[in-house]
Design a protein around this ligand. Structure first.
Ligand code: ADP
Ligand code: ADP
Length: 230
């Protein structure tokens, strides 16, 4: 496959009377299979809107999103085969860790035996081996985000979309988890688009970083090359 291809994408919000905000002002972007790309930029620059349009949660005003050469314009969110992970509020607090990780697999109709195996694999991949029966409410914030990552990865999505997945955590934990997220994505060969406003996080997680400002991508390159060229 050829991965994700975004061309001349525009996302607008009509505030009904107050005016129209252009959140994404013509973005083109390719993400190759197995590649991790970070969208980096300040709050309000359009990162989340771009991610949501790729997910199918926001209808583009113009432009195209395609996967492996197929236009996704008429493909609804749940048919795209993409995984989603957000900043917080995504776990079922009253279910144990295994049920939370199994959720997407259950939705996809994966049979019980395979489900159990993939839940165990997922927990191992994020360093939470043996946590299956723990109540989510007894876990730390960092552990909960690991569970959320295991859940997003369990159905083996062809593309994983992460929107500020570490932003609710403190700085030290964020740095550690960013490195863990990177190694988990690389080990599972997952193609991913990772939204963050944190420079260090983007450079740790991604193969390439897309620097965004005012709805556009200003530059996109490897961390090493962006680092050398101010
Ligand atoms: P970022 O993720 O970089 O913080 P967003 O994509 O959330 O940026 O926002 C880009 C712009 O679109 C901002 O001006 C924001 O206020 C506006 N915006 C985002 N979501 C909505 C919405 N649902 N309705 C109206 N405006 C929105
Ligand atoms: P249910 O009857 O609702 O499937 P279970 O508690 O037996 O309830 O399992 C919940 C989900 O988690 C199932 O998909 C199961 O395959 C998986 N699962 C259960 N226990 C474990 C475990 N210890 N390790 C990994 N996966 C598990």
């Amino acid at each position: 496959g050829s991965g994700l291809r975004v061309r001349d994408l525009v996302v607008r919000y009509d505030d009904g009377g107050a005016g129209v905000t252009t959140a994404v002002a013509g973005v083109s972007l390719d993400v190759a299979p197995g590649e991790v790309v970070a969208l980096l930029g300040p709050s309000g620059c359009g990162k989340s809107s771009l991610l949501r349009a790729v997910a199918g949660l926001e209808p583009p005003a113009a432009g195209t999103v395609s996967w492996d050469g197929a236009d996704l314009a008429d493909v609804p969110v749940h048919r795209r085969g993409f995984g989603l992970m957000f900043q917080e509020g995504q776990l079922f607090a009253h279910r144990d860790v295994a049920h939370n990780v199994a959720y997407g697999l259950q939705m996809a109709g994966v049979p019980r035996g395979e489900r159990t195996r993939r839940v165990a694999d997922g927990l191992r991949a994020v360093g939470l081996d043996g946590y299956g029966r723990r109540a989510v409410s007894t876990l730390s914030g960092g552990e909960q985000q690991r569970v959320a990552l295991a859940r997003a990865l369990a159905p083996a999505p062809q593309l994983l979309l992460l929107d500020e997945p570490l932003s609710a955590l403190d700085r030290a934990l964020r740095e550690r988890l960013a490195a863990d997220v990177r190694s988990t994505l690389v080990a599972t060969g997952t193609t991913a688009l990772f939204v963050t406003h944190d420079h260090d996080e983007a450079f740790t997680v991604a193969d390439r970083v897309a620097v965004m400002s005012a709805g556009r991508i200003l530059r996109i390159d490897t961390p090493a090359r962006l680092w050398r060229r101010p």
